[in-house]
Design a binder for this molecule. Structure first.
Ligand SMILES: Cc1cc2nc3c(=O)[nH]c(=O)nc-3n(C[C@H](O)[C@H](O)[C@H](O)COP(=O)(O)OP(=O)(O)OC[C@H]3O[C@@H](n4cnc5c(N)ncnc54)[C@H](O)[C@@H]3O)c2cc1C
Length: 431
């Protein structure tokens, strides 16, 4: 296991398989494209640009994958956002909705292709279980299956009746489920570190410990200018991928993003028998609630359990006891299992639960607010932004029309908006 001083303590940090340090920027440099933020959005954008021979500089305030990308549940979930296809069908056209469905599938295909092509070692495993706790949620699963069947969902999908649930999950808390081998799970920090290594090999200049302090867009007569503590980047094009950590560096997109927190625990390693009994098919698992439990086994058979730490969605100093209690509710036999790691991370939430992608100026692009997902969908953002920069992209233009309600970037207003949004959706779950 590797020691770390600069990543937050987590099971991912302790089991990262690359320990490459990239330098901080200490000079003035010029490039075609400067990307701010080395999470999956920034890494994927850099990758697809570099593969086409574009000169790219990637700057990261902390370390590669330090934000949500290196701390998440590692669950690979297809789809760009929530109900994206339906939203676009209503607001643009039926064809736009159909295209969005296809692009939602592409999220996973693009991710899979990157991992295989560059042989990134990140514990990639396919298989996902969506579980219903109430009859209403069970009806949702049936409707979801009907849509999948109509739209010819790739891979193997199975509706799991209550009597066969024990083949998939060792808990009596659920009514029914849907299994799909098109979704899955992976070690997100190792994916981010592996992608950064690929970028480095392709000639992308990566700078860690390099926070963008001031951002000026390119104009017809001058390049974009990004000021960092000890250097400057001049670029024809700028891509902002700081997501919920971008804070004050770019006030123009803070109006669209409501920050929230998600939290995780990792238990000690379980015996092979216990692990197999709890999640027999080694799937990633989530339930159908707004404030959901999401969990899976690590390769060393720990239960990696995630959820909301505090009902308000604010960060909480110690989310462990709450998550542990949730875990015991589902798996009482884990009573007494030791928690080895607890961590949390900021997510960007959008009022329509869809990622925000667009332009702030003709040569300033951004992607943010994946609203709880992102492992796969950030890779689609990267593909669409790189296409938009290099050759133009109708898909990028289409998704950039999916505008959220803007919430003022004032802490109290955002807290109220988040609590209202979350709790009204939770109440709807009872009807
Ligand atoms: C606990 C947790 C569990 C989650 N579980 C899942 C899951 O199971 N499946 C899933 O699909 N999604 C999950 N998510 C969400 C997912 O991780 C994110 O949506 C996704 O990683 C966002 O990637 P990103 O690149 O847009 O942003 P981030 O990964 O947050 O990266 C932004 C980066 O930008 C850097 N940055 C910010 N400002 C600046 C600046 N001024 N200068 C330079 N750099 C800057 C930050 O340091 C950071 O590294 C989870 C998130 C969390 C926190």
């Amino acid at each position: 296991m590797l020691e770390s001083t600069s990543y937050p303590e987590s099971w991912y940090t302790a089991t990262r398989n690359l320990d490459i340090n990239y330098p901080a920027l200490e000079e003035e440099i010029t490039t075609d494209v400067c990307i701010i933020g080395a999470g999956f959005s920034g890494l994927a954008t850099a990758l697809f640009l570099a593969e086409q021979g574009t000169n790219v500089v990637l700057i990261e305030a902390e370390k590669i994958g330090w934000g949500a990308s290196g701390r998440n549940g590692g669950q690979i979930v297809f789809g760009y956002g929530q109900n994206t296809s339906e939203l676009l069908s209503k607001t643009i056209s039926i064809e736009a909705g159909e295209r969005a469905w296809q692009l939602g599938l592409d999220c996973n295909t693009i991710l899979k292709d990157v991992i295989h092509r560059y042989e990134i070692d990140c514990d990639l495993s396919w298989g996902y279980l969506r579980l219903a706790m109430t009859s209403r949620q069970e009806r949702h699963l049936h409707t979801m299956m009907e849509t999948w069947n109509k739209r010819e969902m790739p891979g193997k999908t199975t509706f799991i009746e209550n009597r066969v649930l024990p083949n998939y999950i060792g808990s009596s808390s659920y009514n029914a489920g849907v299994y799909s081998d098109f979704d899955g799970h992976l070690h997100p920090l190792n994916l981010a570190l592996g992608e950064a290594k690929v970028l480095n090999d392709l000639g992308v200049r990566i700078f860690e410990d390099t926070m963008a302090l001031n951002i000026e867009d390119a104009t017809q007569s001058k390049k974009a200018r990004i000021t960092t503590p000890h250097g400057i980047v001049n670029a024809d094009t700028l891509v902002l991928c700081g997501n919920a950590y971008l804070d004050k560096a770019e006030p123009r997109i803070r109006w669209g993003l409501i920050p929230g927190y998600s939290c995780m625990i990792a238990t000690e390693s379980l015996s092979d028998e216990t692990a197999h009994r709890l999640i027999p098919q080694n799937t990633a698992v989530s339930d159908m609630r707004t404030v959901l439990d999401y969990y899976r086994l690590s390769r060393d058979k720990r239960m990696l359990w995630g959820g909301l730490g505090h009902w308000s969605g604010n960060d909480t100093p110690n989310p462990g006891p709450h998550l542990y209690a949730r875990m015991l509710k589902i798996f009482p036999e884990l009573e007494g299992a030791k928690i080895d790691y607890t961590w949390s991370g900021r997510i960007g939430i959008s009022s329509n639960l869809n990622p925000q992608i667009g332009r702030l100026a003709p040569s300033t692009y951004y992607a943010q607010a994946y609203s709880g997902h992102g492992v796969a969908s950030c890779h689609l953002s990267g593909k669409m932004i790189s296409d938009a920069i290099l050759v133009g992209s109708e898909d990028f233009e289409m998704f950039s029309k999916l505008l959220p309600i803007k919430v003022p970037p004032i802490k109290l207003v955002q807290q109220v908006a988040r609590a209202w949004g979350m709790n009204s959706r939770r109440m709807m779950e009872w009807f």
